[in-house]
Design a protein around this ligand. Structure first.
Ligand code: AMP
Ligand code: GLY
Length: 423
């Protein structure tokens, strides 16, 4: 029996807590900082995800055996390296890459160079800084519209611009280099535009072996028909019909295996998740981006489809014995529908009392941004709840989630009613 600490506070972490809680191997479960939903499954600890000393104390005081990191920021800041350098923490099992491997998400330029080095299919690109701006502008002229500009560093999901007009792209490139996204855009990756349908593929790895988790598709735009502003994600479905066996074999042969082998060749130790943001261009998978964590809201669908003990996979990834584990996938479909605050992704209000949660029967409600105020579950973020359901097919799973969503109320709430419209 082991004690586990999950670092994070969103729907992803609540869904992971739900899955972990089903394992007979777990003694105590802690979540830092967690939310109102995770408090029903384990003990929330008031420690922020980037508070390394606070996390150290939490691990020691609660005799934690395994740490699972949800979001990318502490990984890119070197939380795993911090544990490894500490006498008291170095033997704690840790799921999440070191800072070096986390650069796959933390630097687009690092990720592109990695893919080039290991012949992993991705869009043509050029990395530009103020030092080679002229070359960047010349490169833009050789590309066709639309133009894709990406801030090199983490920019909270906002660092990608897709621009139709060349003159506008040229001025945006300069603005980005001049600090539009702060330090994150002091380097910009100019990329060829790829057109196709996207999906999210996940693997867990110990740096040598890997296990492929259920594939999912997320819906990023706020408006129905994929219109309006980008969000953190308005819902997810798993499996993805076009990501069939033939497609997934190409993904494994051309992308997943070369990535894990590439990490080994480059001597980058890696214990954790790999998230491949893919686009299918004429049935050929190309990598749009790497993330070094699970997706949100994809996790709120993916966790439902993992039949095997998730804790075995976590231990295997952390201690290098993933080869001894197996993964069994539920054949059913799982979906997550995100309920968000009115106004999101623009300005929105928090602290709205949520009602109806006790009436849900055919769905699992994962809390994305909630907190307890005077005993009431209240909204505490833009994305508030993920309503997840199983079904024999996508239509059935969605109908369960939509029926449950109708029972939940908080002032001004909104959700997309068209998930799956494109497949
Ligand atoms: P990211 O913030 O890296 O997830 O990118 C945001 C979104 O921009 C992706 O989900 C894609 O829809 C789009 N995108 C990124 N790179 C490209 C590309 N090279 N071609 C077309 N669309 C892209
Ligand atoms: N759903 C996409 C992400 O987690 O970045």
């Amino acid at each position: 029996m082991i004690n586990i600490l999950i670092v994070g506070s969103g729907g992803r972490e609540h869904a992971m807590a739900w899955k972990i809680k089903q394992s007979p191997k777990v003694n105590q479960l802690y979540i830092a900082p967690g939310n109102a939903g995770t408090s029903l499954l384990g003990t929330n600890l008031p420690v922020a995800v980037s508070d390394f000393e606070g996390l150290k104390n939490a691990v020691i005081n609660n005799q934690i055996d395994l740490v699972l990191v949800g979001p990318e920021v502490p990984l890119c800041e070197g939380l795993h390296d911090f544990f490894n350098a500490d006498e008291q923490l170095k033997d704690i099992l840790f799921v999440g890459p070191y800072q070096h491997g986390a650069q796959l998400e933390g630097s687009k330029d690092f990720a592109k160079e990695f893919m080039m080095r290991h012949q992993i299919p991705t869009a043509k690109y050029l990395s530009v800084t103020s030092g080679n701006l002229k070359e960047g502008l010349a490169f833009l002229k050789t590309m066709n519209s639309p133009y894709v500009l990406k801030a090199d560093g983490l920019a909270a999901g906002k660092g990608v611009l897709i621009i139709n007009d060349l003159l506008e792209a040229e001025s945006s490139l300069k603005e980005m280099l001049n600090g539009q996204f702060g330090e994150a855009s002091s380097k910009v990756v100019i990329e060829e535009f790829l057109s196709g349908i996207e999906c999210s593929v996940f693997a867990i790895t110990d740096g040598k072996d890997y296990r492929i988790l259920p594939v999912a598709k997320d819906y990023k735009r706020i408006g129905e028909g994929d219109t309006g502003l980008n969000t953190g994600g308005m819902g997810a479905i798993s499996p993805v019909p076009f990501a069939n066996e033939v497609f997934m074999k190409k993904v494994e042969d051309r992308i997943i295996r070369p990535t894990v082998q590439g990490l080994q060749k480059d001597q980058i130790p890696y214990n954790g998740f790999l998230f491949f943001g893919l686009i299918s261009c004429g049935d050929e998978p190309m990598v749009i981006e790497y993330n070094v964590r699970m997706g949100d809201p994809e996790t709120e669908a993916v966790m439902l489809r993992i039949k095997s003990d998730f804790v075995d996979l976590l231990i295997g990834a952390a201690d290098g014995t993933l080869a001894e584990t197996s993964i069994e996938i539920d054949e059913r479909t799982a979906v997550a529908v995100m309920l968000v605050a009115g106004g999101y992704p623009g300005p929105y209000e928090k602290g709205k009392v949520i009602s109806g949660l006790d009436r849900i029967e055919n769905s699992l409600v994962f809390h994305a941004g909630t907190t307890l105020i005077e005993g009431n579950v209240c909204s505490d973020g833009g994305r508030v709840l993920a309503v997840s359901s199983y079904g024999e097919n996508m239509r059935e799973a969605l109908s369960f989630s939509y029926r449950s969503a109708e029972l939940i109320h908080f002032e001004g709430h909104y959700y997309r009613k068209d998930l799956g419209f494109d497949i």
